[in-house]
Unconditional design. Structure first.
Length: 380
């Protein structure tokens, strides 16, 4: 299936994106026919502005009592998306975090929505959602306003891979052969620069593979050749990652952090400019870290099993160590997944209650959560 657009609408969205975009932050070895084969059906109805904006808004959750409740209303005004599949990657699509672009792991759909709707389907990828596989993450090109390219990290029947989607074309494999397992498939992608894509891969349920230099499992990879069919292998920056690794850039400073679930403990690491990880904090009780977001001097970590959000102070030259995490949201929305942030100090968190088997009538959801008062300097 080819990628479809509504041309007039696409041109309008591109003009909006151009005005609002923010500059943040294995060899595939296939024969030619394999390199160009379809990696998953993709359709697009609209190209939304998917990068995080720079404007500053008050750090409070919005309320809009006059908005249309939509077909799946949730009484909590902080809930901005409802009745989703278990969520994976997400991006805030407005400066006040009231609009979101969210990926759904099992259905392979990416949608843009807000409280009261409308919900617009951006993409639909054909994925293998067995175990914890499926649509694992997505990222718009840093030059999205011009090239309208979207990158996705997905599970197929044979592997985990990164694909690139272009208008009027089939999804093209960019990085293939990432091991697939019954568990440990989750991972994230993040553009460090317009020419470098970072890929954090899960260990595919095999910690030995994460330590094996010949395996792409459990690695932080740097991909600099983004052309389809490239034979340039990715560069391994960090090895030994556990399951469910999540990358999070600080939206105010650009520092990069990573959470994962190692065999003995869950971890928070800071990624150096060369890509090497240094552990900042560990959770031996394994609360199942699921995502992280950093803004205004704070690192926020979401946890699935304990259903909590915790924050830690970001390290600085003056204070390289960090204090013990503080819990500021607990068991209010159920099991939590990925996080994203905007510079104002607002967070979006997706729930994964359908994945854990404890879904409520409006699950799964995306929720706006402000940092606690005094937790961070959001006027940076």
């Amino acid at each position: 299936m080819t990628l479809r657009h509504r041309p007039a609408l696409a041109r309008l969205v591109v003009s909006l994106v151009a005005a609002a975009l923010m500059v943040t932050g294995c060899s595939d070895g296939f024969a030619e026919q394999d390199r160009n084969r379809e990696a998953g059906d993709f359709s697009a109805n609209q190209n939304p502005p998917m990068q995080q904006p720079t404007e500053t808004q008050p750090s409070v959750p919005p309320t809009d009592p006059g908005s249309d409740p939509g077909p799946c209303p949730d009484p909590d005004p902080a809930v901005i998306a409802t009745c989703l599949d278990a969520t994976s990657g997400l991006l805030a699509a407005s400066a006040d975090a009231t609009s979101t672009v969210v990926a759904q792991r099992v259905t392979g759909k990416i949608v843009r929505t807000k409280r009261g709707g409308p919900t617009v389907e951006i993409a639909s990828l054909d994925v293998d959602a067995s175990g914890d596989g499926g649509l694992l993450d997505f990222a718009p090109s840093p030059d999205y306003a011009q090239d309208q390219l979207v990158y996705a990290y997905i599970t197929t029947p044979t592997d985990n891979r990164v694909v690139r989607i272009a208008e009027g074309d089939l999804p093209k494999p960019i990085l293939v052969g990432i091991p697939k397992g019954d568990t440990g498939n989750m991972g994230t992608i993040y553009f460090k620069s317009p020419t470098e894509l970072l890929v954090a891969t899960g260990d595919a349920g095999d910690p030995q593979a994460a330590a094996n230099p010949d395996s792409l499992a459990g690695k932080l990879l740097s991909v600099t050749d983004l052309s389809s069919g490239s034979t340039t292998p990715p560069r391994v920056l960090t090895s030994g990652l556990g399951s469910d690794p999540a990358l999070c850039p600080d939206v105010t400073t650009g520092a990069l952090y990573l959470t994962d679930r190692a065999p003995a403990e869950d971890r928070l690491q800071i990624i150096s400019p060369t890509g090497v990880g240094r552990t900042l904090w560990t959770w031996p009780d394994k609360p199942e870290t699921a995502g992280c977001a950093a803004v205004g001097g704070m690192i926020v970590v979401s946890q699935t099993r304990t259903q909590t959000l915790q924050y830690l102070n970001a390290p600085t030259e003056e204070k390289p160590g960090i204090d013990a995490p503080t819990t500021f949201l607990e068991r209010k929305y159920g099991s939590l997944g990925r996080l994203t942030a905007v510079p104002a100090g607002l967070l979006q968190v997706g729930t994964v209650n359908k994945q854990t088997g404890t879904a409520g009538p409006t699950d799964d959801r995306v929720v706006i959560v402000p940092l606690p008062a005094g937790a961070a300097d959001t006027n940076m």
